[in-house]
Ligand binder design. Structure first.
Ligand code: HSE
Length: 555
């Protein structure tokens, strides 16, 4: 099955601060989880290019030095590295490639060159192996084998060039969510927005927003592309025709209540606080208010009483707590009030099963629980998308176990390995469910439900425990505990199996808390996905992606 690819350009206006790399990584993650592979083309952060230019002028010769591009390209390269790091934090599989690695050739003046070639096969191979490729924009390799700059707005141009060579679509991400009658940041009445505009009209209306060189390239090659802002669902399509103007849609600020403020809750809290135009935390329910005040939460935000959560009238309730109850009852209550629920609580959702999903629908509320299995690995998203086609899923569904088995393979004791997994925030508050398989079993129930439409109970799942595991021999290859759901000839079967896998096996290649999954489809297709299966930031990212999906329904 060919995987859809999209090229995203992150302009300097959306990379103003280091936190913006987190937002850029989110944008990529949201597409990755929808099943897209991404080429991310970076601009330099904020005014980095000017800073580097001033440095060049201070040290180098007068005029346009041949070695100027060597220095200036560092702005885009730094951005590419920062973006890859931000992606790695959330467990998204990013790989950085430079212009030279990708045979991105340029000709003409070395500060205003034109792109003339790209090693498409190399880039496709990289996408196959890594899903997400990050590359600096604004630079190609010139005729004298030195880097050449591509002129003003060269990162836009790079993105469009790469998209054209790959035959895929591109989105240029800016601090404005599309093309307007005039710059919406100017004083005066709010301008209207184009949902589509022709290349010619865009040249007249948006030559500040989109680099003229990039627009000319698109027009000459009849390349349609889109312009938008990170995190906002609307885009302007630039192509052969101009459509009607409409009033811009502003996001509704959604009130969010949370239950739980532990490893994942703490991450979600921070990320929501960084999105003040989209979300506002109205209440957080915790067991001990005083403990969380000591951790820096505001007394007004905290409660140990569910009635206070209801009274805060949230639009969204986030459950990042552990046990089934009271989470399941509270989730039902919120859904009955029409409040959307985002849940990372696999035990509660697995227990609620299809009835809970139906209950949400009946109450016109969204129930999203991508983070309940796989941490940041989009295993449930894949299950929902491909339901009906899936024959077998093999997946690592417990980060703690994966981490521990790895650590024990390198000579650590069971107790040391468990302590490390707890310290890193992978294990549940009571880690027995991680090691005895109950945590993975709840996730298997979710995979069975979403991927195969099967309601199974805990007892249906045969499981190997690693509780007090004391291996008699070192693993042959890599030791993993693999969750399996399969439509066999003898019927639907689920299991959690301790296996020694050959090192070239895709599942075996996940290390530490990494999670890999292989989907075998009825028609013979095989699809591999990866991410980090546990930990604050990967799981938080998955929760945030659900929040953004809900937010998108309010435009
Ligand atoms: N304790 C879980 C794990 C957390 O280790 O996978 C993520 O669900």
């Amino acid at each position: 099955m060919p995987v859809p690819v999209i090229v995203l350009n992150f302009g300097h206006s959306v990379l103003k601060s280091l936190d913006d790399y987190t937002n850029a990584a989110s944008e990529i993650y949201r597409r990755y989880r929808m099943g897209q592979n991404v080429v991310a083309v970076t601009s330099a952060q904020g005014d980095q290019t000017d800073v580097l230019m001033a440095e060049a002028l201070r040290v180098g010769p007068e005029g346009t030095a041949k070695n100027l591009p060597e220095l200036i390209q560092l702005g885009e390269r730094r951005s590419a590295a920062l973006l890859a790091l931000a992606l790695e934090r959330v467990g998204a599989p990013a790989f950085v490639r430079q212009a030279r690695d990708l045979g991105l050739q340029a000709k003409g003046p070395h500060t205003d060159a034109e792109l003339i070639d790209l090693d498409v096969q190399q880039l496709q191979e990289d996408l196959k192996n890594h899903d997400i490729v990050v590359m600096p924009g604004f630079v190609g390799i010139g005729e004298d084998d030195r880097p050449s700059l591509l002129g003003q707005g060269g990162a836009d141009y790079t993105a469009l060039y790469v998209a054209q060579k790959l035959g895929v679509s591109a989105i240029l991400l800016k601090d404005v969510d599309g093309v307007y009658e005039h710059d919406p940041r100017e004083a005066g009445p709010a301008p209207k927005r184009y949902s589509e505009i022709s290349w010619e009209d865009a040249k007249r209306r948006a030559d500040v927003l989109i680099a003229p060189k990039a627009l000319s390239f698109a027009m000459e090659n009849a390349l349609e592309f889109e312009v938008g802002a990170p995190g906002l669902p609307m885009l302007t399509r630039i192509g052969s025709k101009t459509g009607a103007l409409s009033l811009p849609l502003a996001p509704k600020k959604l009130k969010v209540a949370m239950m739980g403020a532990g490893v994942v809750g703490g991450g979600v809290y921070r990320r929501i606080a960084a999105q003040p135009t989209r979300f506002e935390i109205v209440k957080i329910m915790v067991r001990s208010v005083s403990k969380y005040i000591d951790q820096g939460y505001l007394p007004d935000e905290l409660t140990d009483n569910f009635e206070a959560i209801i009274a805060a009238k949230p639009d969204i309730f986030i459950d990042v707590s552990g046990p089934i109850e009271p989470a399941l009852s509270f989730t039902k209550k919120m859904l009955s009030l029409g409040v959307h629920v985002v849940s990372a609580n696999k035990q509660a959702i697995a227990e609620g099963g299809q009835d809970l999903i139906d209950f949400a629908k009946a109450n016109d509320a969204i129930l999203a629980f991508s983070s309940a299995a796989g941490g940041g690995m989009p295993v449930l998203e894949m299950c929902s998308r491909e339901r009906g086609r899936i024959k077998r899923v093999e997946a690592l569904l417990n980060g703690t176990t994966n981490y521990m088995l790895d650590a024990m393979s390198t000579g650590k004791s069971y107790a040391e390995a468990l302590k490390e997994a707890q310290d890193k925030g992978f294990a549940e508050a009571d880690p027995s469910s991680d090691v005895n398989g109950a945590d993975a079993a709840a996730k298997i129930r979710l995979v069975a439900l979403l991927g195969f439409g099967k309601a199974i109970s805990l007892d249906d799942i045969s499981r190997d425990t690693i509780e007090n595991f004391s291996p008699k021999a070192p693993p042959k290859g890599a030791r993993k505990r693999v969750a399996i759901c399969a439509n066999n000839e003898g019927g639907f079967k689920t299991s959690l199996e301790l296996q020694d896998l050959p090192l070239d096996n895709f599942i075996a290649q996940a290390t530490g808390e990494e999670a890999h999954a292989i989907f075998y489809f009825e028609d013979g297709d095989v699809y591999r996905i990866r991410g980090k299966g546990a930990g604050r930031w990967p799981t938080t990212e998955s929760v945030m992606a659900d929040l953004f999906d809900i937010s998108a329904t309010y435009f």
